[in-house]
Write a protein that binds this ligand. Sequence first.
Ligand code: NAD
Ligand code: GLY
Length: 359
Amino acid sequence: MITVNVELGERAYPIHIGADLISQTALFAPHIAGSSVTIVTNTTVDPLYGDALRSALAPLGKQVSTVVLPDGEAHKTWQTLNLIFDALLGSRADRKTTLIALGGGVIGDMTGFAAACYMRGVPFIQVPTTLLSQVDSSVGGKTGINHPLGKNMIGAFYQPQAVIADIGALRTLPPRELAAGIAEVIKTGAIADAAFFDWIEANIAALNACEPAALAEAVKRSCEIKASVVAQDEREGGLRAILNFGHTFGHAIEAGLGYGEWLHGEAVGCGMVMAADLSVRLGHLDEASRERIVAVVKAAHLPERGPDLGASRYVDLMQVDKKAEGGAIKFILLKRFGETLITRAPDEAVQATLAATTV
Ligand code: NAD
Ligand code: GLY
C-alpha cells in the first residue's frame, strides 16, 4: 500500500492506494469517531463491494446503514441528494455519523455534498471505485450536484477524513469507464509533469489492459500531483483551475448533450483536444505537442471530436462555466507539457477551434 498525504493543516488527510483495501478494517478505524456509519452507494456498486465494506466495518461495533441510490450522472441531482437526507433523518443520524461514499465520482461528489450539508457538516470517507474517482474526484474536496443549466454548479468545498482507493475494485470496471479515468490521468500529466505524460504515452496499452502495476502508478502520481495543487490552492483562487484543462469544452459537451450521454472523462478527453487546438491557434503550444495529445487520447479509446451542438450553443454553455467572469470565458491552455496558462480567447479563434474539432 502507498499513502499520499493531502497537506491541508487541520483538514489534512491520507489517500491510501493499493489492492484489496476495502476489506481492511484498520484503514477505516482511525477515521470513524461516532457510533454510526451510513454507506452511500448505488445499485451497481453495492452488489459488487457493499458486503466487503460492511464486513470491514463490522468489527468496529458501529451501527451501519446503507443508502443505495440510482446509478448514473443523470441522477446527480437535488432529488437524489434528498434521498440521502431522507435516510439520515429517518435513521436519526447524529452529528458524529460518518458517511462513506462507495462508488465513482457521482457517488463521491453527492455524498461529500450531503456530508457538508447534513447538520451543517458531518465527517465522510471516500472509497472511490472507478479509475476517474481514484485519480481525481475523491481528492481535493470538491463536492456537489448538477443543475440542468450547468455542470457541478451547486456544491461546496468539503474535505474527506480519508480516501481509500482500492485498485482491485477496478477489475470490474467496464472498458468505457476505464478509458474515462485515463482521460483525467492524461490531463494530470499534460498540465503538471512532462515526464509523467511521457510515462502515460509509453504505458497506455498497460493502462487500457487494466494492468494493476500500471494503474497503481497512474493513481499514485495523479494523486501526488492533485494533492500538491490542492494544498497550494484549496478553494481555487488561482492555481487549482489548471486541473480543469479540457473541462471548459468538456462541461459544454456534457450539459449540451444531456448528462450521462457522454461520460465525464470522454468529454474531458475530447475537451483536451479542443483546448490543445485553441492553444496552438493562439500561438502558445507547438503543433507536435497538440498531435501528441490527439494521439494519446485516441490510443486511450476516447473520442477526439466533439458533437455538433452548434458553435453558439457551445459558447452559451461555456459561459455558464464556474471560471467565467461577467460572461467572459476563461480557458485553461497549454504552453508545453507541464506548463499551462489561463486566459480569455478571441471569439474568432474559439469559433475556428470548434469548426476544426467538432463533427
Ligand atoms: P460514475 O460515478 O458515474 O461511475 C461510472 C460507472 O461505473 C457507474 O455506472 C458506476 O456505478 C460504475 N462503477 C463504479 N465503480 C465500479 C466498479 N468498481 N466496477 C463496475 N462498475 C463500477 O462516474 P465517474 O467517472 O467515476 O465520475 C464522474 C463524476 O465525477 C462526474 O459527475 C464528474 O463531474 C465528477 N468529477 C468530480 C471531480 C471533483 O473534483 N469532485 C473531479 C472529476 C470528476
Ligand atoms: N477536478 C478539478 C478539481 O478538483 O479542481
